[in-house]
Design a protein around this ligand. Sequence first.
Ligand code: BGC
Length: 369
Amino acid sequence: MRKGILSLTAAAAALALGLTACGGESGQTTSTSTASAPAAKAGKIGVILPDSKSSARWETADRKYLQEAFTAAGVQYDIQNAQNDKTAFQTIADQMITNGATVLMIVNLDSGTGKTVIEKAKSQGVPTIDYDRLTLGGGAAYYVSFDNTKVGTLQGEGLVKCLTDKKAEKPIVAYLNGSPTDNNATLFKSGYDGVLKPKFDSGDYVKGPEQSVPDWDNTQAGTLFEQMLTEQPKIAGVLAANDGLGNAAITVLKKNNLNGKVPVTGQDATVQGLQNILAGDQCMTVYKAVKKEADAAAKLAVALAKGEKPTAASSVKDPETGQDVPSELMDPQAIYFDNVKDVVADGYVTKEELCTGDFAAKCTEAGIQ
Ligand code: BGC
């Protein structure tokens, strides 16, 4: 409650600042303003995306849906990508505030730098939204994401389903976890551990090698998985935390003629991940309807930029401070060969980009219209 009052004050202060700071400003390549002025003049919203390599989603989905939502609301915005550079991340935040941002939305690269940015913004009366990744100990005004433990549960259940389909006996399961500095990676792991640990404990499955991939670096994931497979050539299933890590494992499995025999999981429903599923090399992915996440975050940001105090549907406890962060959490969906078509029907990927070359026949087989 106390926190809520603080953010209201911050938002009001931010609005006052924004009204003067934003006047007459224009023209960064990534920023847009609408032709028709909104009824209540709002401040400017700054968004910092993390990188463009750890997952295709940030540039192909998040940027697009956020742009659409801000444009529809008639607010000024500036979306930039830190390209996995923590120093650049902080510089971008400073510049956004200097250039009149009255709300900041960040996808942190780690909680430490995220926290620095949030605190600096707060000191300037600029409220922040943790977008997709919670900044531990950060104290953002809001957090918008998916139910990330559920994402991990779906991955664990997916791997069990695919191993069962393959009638695997006492399969050795390897883990390629996400970045150790991403709170989401911790939540995904707690989700799949919840499903797989009982299998290890009962002796149905055998726990194989496990590695966390720094910064979700796909290239490093390939090297790590190569080492894992050398150490344990009988790996029979791979819990990979996203499609990029999954593809890194699949590339190594292909070199060893094991693709399609060893199920691999993923996340993000990227074109590459979905094509790997169509080819039979990837067992499943988790579709997160990013449009819903972007719309929810944009709605909060627009309200804050107008000096309002929006309410969030739920809250999440920051494990470091014990404080409740007002939150909006969306529902993820498991995707297998048979429902790849759902992702296309939802408009997240197009048939044209998915069903290229040899995938055309697979698309027909999977009922993709
Ligand atoms: C996101 C995933 C993404 C990963 C790597 C996570 O925080 O939730 O969707 O694949 O970061 O960018």
